[in-house]
Design a binder for this molecule. Structure first.
Ligand SMILES: [Zn+2]
Length: 66
């Protein structure tokens, strides 16, 4: 990771491209992200990459509970 994450008031880019009803808060930083439905994740892109750094590419979502 070379780019620092933007302030949590900035929505994740995925939140801007998904239907509004699929957007929700990141489980870690509460940033608005594409959380629900196909392609949705409980974490925003920045928290997800931090989780990958920590746990490797095989990280499972159930390891990322708040
Ligand atoms: Zn986050």
């Amino acid at each position: 990771m070379t780019t620092p994450p933007p302030p949590v008031t900035e929505p994740d880019p995925s939140a801007l491209t998904c239907p509004g009803d699929k957007a929700g808060p990141c489980a870690v930083c509460r940033r608005k992200t594409h959380r629900y439905g196909p392609g949705g994740r409980p974490l925003c892109a920045w928290c997800m990459s931090a989780a990958r750094d920590r746990w490797g590419p095989g990280v499972h979502y159930d390891s990322a509970r708040p």
